[in-house]
Design a binder for this molecule. Sequence first.
Ligand code: NAD
Length: 372
Amino acid sequence: MMWEYLQPVTIRFGEGAAGELKQAAKDLGCSRGLLVSDPFFMKSGLAEKIVEASEGVLTGIYSQVSPNPEVAEVDACAKQIRESEIDFLVALGGGSALDCAKTAGSICFTEDSIRKYHGTGEPMPEKHLPLIAIPTTAGTGSEVTCVAVLSDKELGKKGPIVSNGFYPSIALIDPELTYTLPPYMTASTGIDVLCHALEGFWSKGHQPICDAFALHACRLVFQYLRIACKEPENKEARRKMAEASVIAGLAFTLPKTTSSHACSFPLTNLLHIPHGEACGLTLDYFARINADAQEGRVHGFAKELGFRDMYDMADAIHQLKADIGLRTDLKEFHLTDEQVAELVRISRHPNLYNNPVDITDEMLDEMYQSMR
Ligand code: NAD
């Protein structure tokens, strides 16, 4: 089997890394930037602090990004870029702000709506603005991936777009920015890290370098996520979760995610479960389905982490979710038969075909029925 490894993002990691913004812009030869962020950071004052610290390098803000960013937000951000004389973007926030900046920075040289590229298979334009990504969740790993995930409420769809132009030029990963994440968001974004690592590992597109990253990231999540949820300002736990997040990003960006991410799209779209929690909801279920796949490779991963086998690790994932206050079922939604059928139908997303075991509609139905 041939494999290829590519990682073009410069990663600067550590407490205070966000303060390196002006230098990072200089390193890129850029002098006029637009900050892309969300309303929380306008209110918290962090967006303003970042603009001030840039000493005139950031000349504007687009701050209307919402969780699971909408195609209309990307179009509005691209419009603002076209109307300003800027030569780079800075994204400050969770995966949503980062993904909005990635996509807006790629369509801004055209008059296109991002809809032209969302779920259509149309390749993204190659020309794009350089991006400095400053993640505030640990998290999506979007700061090192070539993926951007968008929602289109009007067409009822959420899904990824992939483009090499989406790789940020520089990621400034500052664990201190995650201290304000409340326990629930810490838990939800943290379980996303585990999904990225495990799904990247068992993906049909797996490869040895990403395998090593996956193992490291999973180990850190089991060791530090509970602590980060209980003690938001625990420096070590926050640093290690930020490390796990970026490394899990490296673990999945090339192999791509699989079944749990496929199922997360309808769980978020139809039931409004936040992204990370939606991914984590099905992770232990698929860990059991995939346990015997790839000739012992999946069990081997669990054993490396000190579990008896992947079934034992699936139990530990379930327990971790319960301990950090995440849903382990869908009982509270009182799902109708029609809703279950809809979940099954929309879970048939391209990521599902990356799963090492073929997932049938019957398997999906059985899973959702067991969660009712
Ligand atoms: P998010 O960006 O959607 O943010 C969720 C909420 O948390 C927002 O209200 C935000 O303001 C708040 N928040 C963020 N950081 C905070 C902080 N430090 N303190 C307090 N509040 C904070 O959350 P996310 O989970 O990072 O991103 C989810 C999005 O990223 C989804 O759309 C998902 O599909 C996508 N995603 C992208 C990739 C990728 O590679 N591009 C990977 C995984 C997920």
